[in-house]
Design a protein around this ligand. Structure first.
Ligand SMILES: CC(C)(COP(=O)(O)OP(=O)(O)OC[C@H]1O[C@@H](n2cnc3c(N)ncnc32)[C@H](O)[C@@H]1OP(=O)(O)O)[C@@H](O)C(=O)NCCC(=O)NCCS
Length: 315
């Protein structure tokens, strides 16, 4: 009873905080519409039939009339009825894979557990026609043509991001692109697909110890024990998404621009970018062979200057 009351009070407080925050954005930011967002996406070469893996910051877009659902509608407009949207709807209690593994008795339940990945993934999860993969820490959700095939059997994959995972299937889709809406090159899960594909051949030992099993329920309430491998926390401190690694984010930004792989543009007010998935993956593999990974030290970056700009590079 007390627990229930505490939860209700916390939810009411959070709803109040969110309403106040949305009011601030509405008063201070430039207003953008679904049609304006769709026009921005077209300038990033997002086209009908595309399959997009999207990482986002809602507040970077300006004040979106209609909120996160309007952004999702604009993305659906941009890829059309034959396109596919894929969003990170990870539920990560404790904030990291390692913390989730340490939580006694933790079992992921897609009927109860939402996502910690921001307002756009939250709204996507609540929307119609969504498929959600079953995974204790890195459940993704998809809408559109490839939604079922991208999300199926994630819980049976031997690793989170490798063979049999949504990422590996995503790379194989026609017109697959990674889209960053108002985010840097930091919070991009796609990098881990290469680590899981290369395993111990990846040049940095990114994992702490071996594989663990974490529980999750599927949509029918059946329990699965799913293999996960936590990241070494010391190595994660050097990773591109760590606040202290602005140098690495800047390097990757310039490198993918120079290679002519990153298309940059404004979506609403947000500096945004898009990179075709197969070319992204191939370039990450090439960089890894030259000792540049999302964990590279300043010395490793200095030893491999950013590529010469390609004639195809676009501002
Ligand atoms: C962390 C992160 C989500 C923060 O971005 P953000 O814009 O502050 O947060 P959200 O996208 O959740 O948007 C919420 C904010 O939008 C703003 N907002 C509310 N209504 C809005 C509207 N109609 N229009 C625009 N902004 C609005 C509010 O400021 C709100 O902040 P609040 O939480 O204080 O209420 C983002 O920086 C990020 O890293 N995104 C990628 C996450 C990811 O995919 N991670 C996996 C990679 S490993």
């Amino acid at each position: 009873m007390l627990e229930q009351a505490k939860r209700a009070a916390a939810a009411a407080l959070e709803a109040w905080r969110r309403a106040a925050s949305a009011r601030r954005v509405r008063h201070n930011a430039h207003h953008v519409t679904r049609a304006g967002l769709a026009a921005g996406l077209a300038r990033l070469d997002i086209a009908p039939g595309d399959t997009l893996f999207i990482h986002s910051s809602l507040k970077s877009l300006g004040y979106v009339e209609g909120g996160a659902p309007a952004v999702i509608a604009a993305l659906q407009d941009a890829v059309g009825p034959h396109g596919t949207l894929l969003l990170p709807t990870y539920y990560l209690p404790g904030g990291t894979l390692r913390a989730a593994c340490a939580l006694p008795g933790y079992v992921f339940d897609p009927r109860r557990h939402g996502t910690h990945m921001g307002r756009l993934p939250e709204a996507f999860l609540a929307g119609a026609g969504i498929r959600r993969s079953i995974h204790p820490t890195h459940s993704v959700s998809a809408w559109g043509r490839h939604a079922a095939s991208l999300t199926e059997a994630h819980h049976r994959a031997p690793s989170i991001f490798g063979m049999g995972s949504p990422w590996q299937r995503f790379i194989g889709c026609d017109q697959a692109k990674v889209l960053g809406l108002g985010i840097s090159m930091g919070p991009v899960t796609f990098y881990h697909a290469l680590e899981d594909a290369m395993g111990d051949a990846f040049p940095v030992p990114v994992w702490e110890g071996g594989t663990r099993l974490l529980g999750c329920l599927d949509h029918d309430g059946r329990r699965w024990d799913v293999p996960v491998r936590p990241f070494d926390p010391e190595v994660a401190q050097r990773r591109i998404d760590h606040p202290g690694r602005g140098d690495l984010r800047d390097y990757f930004h310039r490198e993918f621009d120079a290679a002519g792989l990153r298309i940059n543009g404004q979506v609403g007010d947000a500096a945004s970018w898009c990179i075709p998935a197969q070319a992204f993956y191939d370039h990450l593999r090439q960089l890894a062979s030259e000792h540049v990974t999302i964990y590279a030290s300043a010395a490793q970056l200095a030893a491999r200057p950013v590529s010469q700009p390609s004639p195809h590079a676009r501002a």
